[in-house]
Design a protein around this ligand. Sequence first.
Ligand code: NAD
Length: 307
Amino acid sequence: MENFEVNKVVLIGCGHVGMSYAFSLVNGASHVHELVLIDVNKQKAEGEALDLMHAACCSKYKTEIRFGDYNECNNADIVCIAAGRNQEKGETRNDLIGKNLEVFKSIIGEINKTKFAGIYLIATNPLDIMTYITMKLSGFPKERVIGSGTTLDTARLRCLIGEEVKVNYKNIHAYVIGEHGDSEMIPWSNATIGLNPINKYLSKTKMKSILNDVRTSAYKIIEKKGNTAYGIGMCLKNITEAIFENSNSIFTVSVFNEKYGVSIGQPAIICRNGVRKIEDLSLTAEEKMEFNNSVKAIKSVIKNLNV
Ligand code: NAD
C-alpha cells in the first residue's frame, strides 16, 4: 500500500497477548491499514499472519496483513512489543525482568538500526520497567513510549464494580493507577458512578475486597489457563485507535513522569503524537502515600537495572 495516509502497526511478539491484540485490531480498528507480524520464531509469525489474513477477509475493516522483519519498522506509525516471557504459576511480574531485559535489548537494538520515528506501545511485563527500558534503549522522548500501564486493571475494576452495583461499566468512572503489579492502587476519592460518589454504592470493606480481586485476577487466570490475553488485547487496541483517531482520550497508561523518576500508570491524554498530557492527580493523604509506595516499588527495581 503506497499511500502517505496509511496507518501501519508492527507487532513484535506473536504469542497470546500479541495475537489477541492483532485479532482485536482486525476485528475493530478501522484506522489500521497495515499490520506486520514479527517474532523470533519466524514460522509462528508466518502461520499467524496467514491465519489472521482469513479473519481480515471476514472483517468489516480492510487491514493488509503480513509477516516480516525489522525493516518494516522504517515507516511504521506504531511498534507494539508483546515479546518475552510470561509469568508462570506463582511467579510475580518482577520475576521476568532478567530474561525480558535481554529480549528488549535485542529487539530495540534492531529497531534502532531502522528509521522508526513513531510510537512504542509496550505490553511485556514487568510493564512499567519494560516501558522505562524501552525509553532508555531507544532514546525516544517519553511522550512516544507508552506502556499499557493499568488500563487492563482499570477494565477489571470497572467490570467488578459493574457486577456488584448492576450498572453498566461505561458509567463507572473509576481508575486503577500506579504499578501494573502488586502495589497498584485505586483512588476511590475520585471515583463516581454516574454523578454520585462511589461510597454511596460501596462500603469500605467492599472497596478493599474489590482492590484485592483486581490485584489477584491475573494470578487467578494464569492458575487456570496459563496466561491472560483477551483483556490486554482489547486495551492495546483501544490505545491504538486513540492514537490514530487523535481522540484525546484518557487512559491509565504507563508513561515516564519526571516528578517521580519512573514510568508508571497514570491518567494521560492520548493523541496522534502519543501522550499529550499527564493528568494531575488529586488524591487524599492516604492515597498519596499508597501511590508513593507504588513509585518506590518501581524505583527499587529501576535502580538495579543496567540500561
Ligand atoms: P507468549 O509466550 O505466548 O508469547 C511471547 C512471544 O514472544 C512468543 O511468540 C515468542 O516467540 C516471542 N519472543 C520471545 N523472544 C523474542 C524476541 N527476542 N524477538 C521477538 N519475539 C520474541 O507470552 P504472552 O502470554 O503473549 O505474554 C507476553 C508478555 O505480555 C509477557 O511478558 C506477559 O507477562 C505480558 N502480559 C502483559 C499484560 C499487560 O497488562 N501489560 C497482560 C498479560 C500479559
